[in-house]
Design a protein around this ligand. Structure first.
Ligand SMILES: [Zn+2]
Length: 388
């Protein structure tokens, strides 16, 4: 959508910025007059008229019909056409890729999810991504010039400025994902780490009054994020809050990073499944099965989960001491399938910390069913665009 692109230099930049601001305000207002627009944005009537005219001509904005009432004529209200342009959201985890297309009122027009378990190299990842995008464009019938923003949330180490990601810990390849996707679209493309993105979403929607928040995500590894003073802590190299590599057992098991005794080598899904297999002699086990067994009081399952959770408690007690959070949000199958784990974690952390002021935080579990990361990313991309 060329008309909403902010051009780089000189007068045209000011013009396109005004246009974007006006469009953004019309979208958020749900109906607003030209006079109110001018007042809210401190723009002259002439600038407002010119920008609105361009938006109307591009088919993004329409004027509500004048109604003649007994008290006089209502001012003409401007509204956006909800299907005049779209935002695409993509979420790429270790195992799957999900994609959606949403209109300006966040209604989902198209969605798809697929398995990408085998994907490892940059070449494969970009090929699969292009495949999903091209198929979505073809099947939805919404052609590339109709997109106003594209948001990609992905696992791994994200560099938002450069638009790159290190997706695979094994290959350590730096993947230029934004440049690659920009070959398809003319619009703005935004990149986020998927845990950061979820953290932002959790924070903004669920805990608007908490300044200090720790978010822990347990699955194939242990990810997370922290918010302090309403800002996300990203770190110098976008590497803050890599909980997976906190030391929990000196001289312990070998971690995927090569060091010994890190949290990941005790708490990752596959590690707990392997432990259970070894001790029970069973071949096919999933974490959900272990959780169900533990719920039923089976000893091996309870022991395996407890060992992982003990290590998580050690890691979290360090985080609490360093960071003094108001809320710890836990996300992962283990917390949902085995609710006793949260209570166990709380008690363990309490025995590890003896400064009562540090224990004034709340525990929360984020239910994954409620998370639609691709939809959140589509919304976030639109927000980013309109904030520019
Ligand atoms: Zn490690």
């Amino acid at each position: 959508m060329e008309i909403l692109t902010v051009h780089q230099k000189g007068k045209s930049q000011i013009k396109s910025k005004n246009r974007l601001k006006i469009f953004s305000l019309i979208l958020r207002s749900g109906g607003i007059s030209r006079i109110e627009l001018g007042k809210s944005l401190h723009l002259s009537p002439a600038s407002v008229t010119r920008a609105v005219e361009e938006l109307v001509q591009a088919g993004l904005v329409y004027e509500e019909k004048k109604e003649i009432t007994f008290v006089g004529r209502r001012p003409v209200l401007l509204n956006v056409r909800k299907n005049s342009c779209y935002s695409m959201g993509i979420n790429i985890s270790r195992r799957s890729l999900s994609l959606c297309i949403q209109n300006l009122q966040d209604e989902v027009i198209y969605e798809v999810k697929g398995n990408i378990w085998e994907v490892e190299s940059a070449e494969d990842l970009l090929r699969v991504l292009h495949q999903f995008i091209n198929e979505a464009i073809a099947k939805s019938g919404i052609s590339t010039e109709k997109y106003i923003s594209v948001g990609i949330a992905i696992r791994g180490v994200v560099n938002r400025q450069k638009g790159t990601v290190i997706y695979s810990q094994k290959t350590q390849e730096v993947i230029p994902i934004v440049d690659s996707v920009k070959k398809i679209f003319e619009c703005a493309v935004f990149l986020e780490n998927n845990v950061d993105m979820d953290l932002k979403y959790v924070y903004a929607r669920a805990f608007p009054y908490t300044d200090e928040l720790v978010y822990v995500f347990v699955d194939e590894s242990v990810g997370g994020g922290m918010i302090s003073g309403r800002q996300m802590i990203r770190g110098e190299s976008n590497m803050a809050a890599r909980f997976a590599h906190l030391l929990v057992e000196p001289e312990g098991r070998i971690c995927s990073c090569g060091q010994k005794g890190h949290l990941e080598s005790y708490m990752a899904r596959s590690v707990m499944e392997e432990e259970y297999r070894k001790r029970s002699g069973q071949k096919e086990v999933s974490l959900n099965y272990i959780c169900a067994q533990a719920q039923a009081g089976e000893k091996i399952a309870m022991a395996v989960l407890k060992e992982g959770l003990e290590k998580l408690a050690i890691a979290l007690s360090q985080v609490v001491v360093l960071f003094n959070p108001g809320v710890i949000v836990l996300c992962g199958d283990i917390f949902e399938q085995y609710p006793q784990s949260v209570d166990f974690l709380r008690k363990s952390v309490e025995t590890l910390i003896s400064i009562p002021e540090l224990l004034h935080f709340n525990w929360r579990v984020r239910i994954q069913k409620e998370i639609k990361p691709e939809q959140n990313m589509a919304k976030l991309a639109l927000e980013y665009l309109l904030e520019q």
